[in-house]
Design a protein around this ligand. Structure first.
Ligand code: AMP
Length: 477
């Protein structure tokens, strides 16, 4: 059924590789405010979207001043002593999670453009991934346009906007319109220029981007609603796929990227499964609710008799609460997570990743011995976490282990802004039969949320399900 609903299929090894995950945030006020604290709060709320580097650009007295570095948000901000220098009337910022290919400092955002006197005139932050960035970059470089980053599709967006600005009479909206005719893929972008801020989203609306208000005149743009909450703002709505919003002094202008507008949005369904925070809502649908419902559906799909339900902290917990609700089997938080550890994915080597899972989660032994256990995680990617957990539970004396994944099997990498491994490392790509996977994981039974149930929970097919189906909403060049 799914294949008929999606027009394009991406099948190319060149794109079968790692990409970035990121969070973007911006605030525009007609008056000077404490942009330093606001961006700190906003980026801190979006820390889960990127933990390797962060940065921001402030508009202060007509000047754009940027600061960026590797590290976690709070560590980064703690190192800045002259915080008052970063008070201004607008600010944009970025949290970045780079991957094996691109950990260079040169790739940290925001990217900014300078005039011939070295003064920053424009700055951008981007979440998503372009599928034709390298082609455009080569073309621009052949025309003498210089790039700072090693590989960054975000810088391609910046250089294109800069290229189109002069021929658009320095009109930012027109330059963005022209840019989006060239670029293909997933992009949620915030731009700071002159005395204005623009936010725009690709025509499929693949990565989230919403806006809110701090007061009647102050606009907030954020990857997730939790960013708006963090500064005490109120959510207005998500940007429409293909929408552009420009705020300038006290006026705001809403328009569409007309050439490319697509009425069938394709929001990344994995945002609900794993990536977004449970307290966020995307398109007015609360992420926690989706996760809880997926647990309920998992039980309906494959009931099992057990003594206890446990969730893999943190993203597997809401589904296990849902499973417990539907089954009547008690939920117990008996896998204890060391909160001070980063996501196990961040470590590049498989061997290290396996060790990290052990460090990260510790079971309460007495609660496990002799018990029939249902354990739920949001997803099974390589199978590393699940294998390790089963080992820990078996060692603790579990009588039976029934593993449940609150998402369908992941069979394809993401080309559009979520970091997933190459196909060859995906356990469900390598083993179609779930019995073989159950054997590898050493569990008594294994089930994945079915695609039909997932669509049912989301309430529509207007999502990108690429990692579950191998069918993507954007055609590669
Ligand atoms: P794996 O151990 O490779 O099977 O990965 C599954 C675990 O990784 C689950 O606990 C997920 O919560 C988590 N996970 C899934 N997708 C990602 C991602 N893109 N980045 C980091 N962690 C992820």
């Amino acid at each position: 059924m799914i294949s008929q609903l999606f027009p394009f299929i991406l099948e190319n090894n060149y794109f079968d590789k790692f990409h970035d995950e990121c969070g973007v945030f911006g605030i525009y006020s007609p008056y000077k405010v404490d942009t330093f604290s606001l961006i700190q709060f906003g980026l801190f709320a979006l820390q889960h979207r990127g933990q390797e580097a962060c940065g921001f650009s402030v508009l202060r007295d007509g000047f754009i001043i940027s600061h960026k570095s590797e590290g976690l948000v709070l560590d980064f901000f703690r190192k800045i002593s002259n915080s008052k220098c970063y008070h201004g009337n607008a600010v944009i910022g970025h949290t970045r999670y780079s991957t094996e290919g691109g950990q260079s400092k040169k790739n940290i955002q925001p990217f900014f453009g300078e005039d011939s006197f070295g003064k920053s005139t424009i700055s951008i932050v981007h979440n998503g991934n372009l599928v034709n960035a390298q082609k455009i970059r080569k073309k621009l470089e052949s025309k003498g346009i210089n790039f700072i980053s090693e590989y960054s599709d975000s810088e391609v967006i910046l250089r294109l906007i800069q290229k189109y600005l002069p021929e658009s009479g320095n009109n930012l909206e027109k330059a963005i319109q022209k840019t989006t005719i060239d670029i293909k893929g997933a992009y949620s972008v915030i731009v700071l220029m002159d005395n204005k801020m623009a936010a725009f989203r690709d025509p499929n609306g693949i990565r989230p981007l919403c806006y809110g208000m701090l007061n009647e005149e102050t606009y907030i743009f954020s990857s997730e609603t939790c960013g708006i909450d963090s500064v005490g703002g109120f959510y207005v709505r998500d940007l429409f796929p293909g929408e552009i919003i420009i705020v300038e002094k006290k006026s705001v202008q809403f328009s569409l990227l007309t050439e490319k507008i697509n009425t069938k949005k394709r929001i990344c369904s994995f945002e609900y499964i794993y990536f977004s925070r449970p307290d966020s809502s995307i398109e007015n649908i609360n992420v926690y609710k989706i996760r809880e419902k997926s647990g309920e559906k998992l039980y309906e799909q494959h009931p099992v008799k057990a003594d206890v339900v446990i969730g893999v902290p943190d993203s597997g917990v809401p589904a296990s609460i849902g499973y417990s609700k539907a089954s009547g089997i008690p939920f117990k938080p008996i896998l204890v997570k060391n909160k001070y550890i980063g996501r196990s994915f961040i470590l590049p080597k498989q061997e290290m990743r396996e060790k990290m899972v052990n460090l990260k989660l510790n079971p309460i032994l007495d609660e496990i011995k002799g018990k029939r256990i249902v354990i739920i995680d949001d997803s099974i990617v390589r199978g590393t976490t699940s294998r390790r957990l089963v080992y820990i539970l078996r060692k603790a004396g579990a009588k039976e282990i029934h593993f449940r994944s609150a998402s369908p099997p992941i069979i394809g990498p993401c080309y559009l802004g979520v970091d997933t491994p190459t196909k060859k490392d995906l356990i469900s790509y390598n083993y179609v039969d779930k019995k073989s996977i159950a054997k590898i994981l050493n569990v008594d039974s294994l089930e994945f949320l079915s695609m039909d149930n997932f669509i049912d929970i989301l309430g529509s097919i207007h999502y990108c399900f690429g990692c579950f189906t191998g069918i993507y909403p954007v055609q590669k060049n």
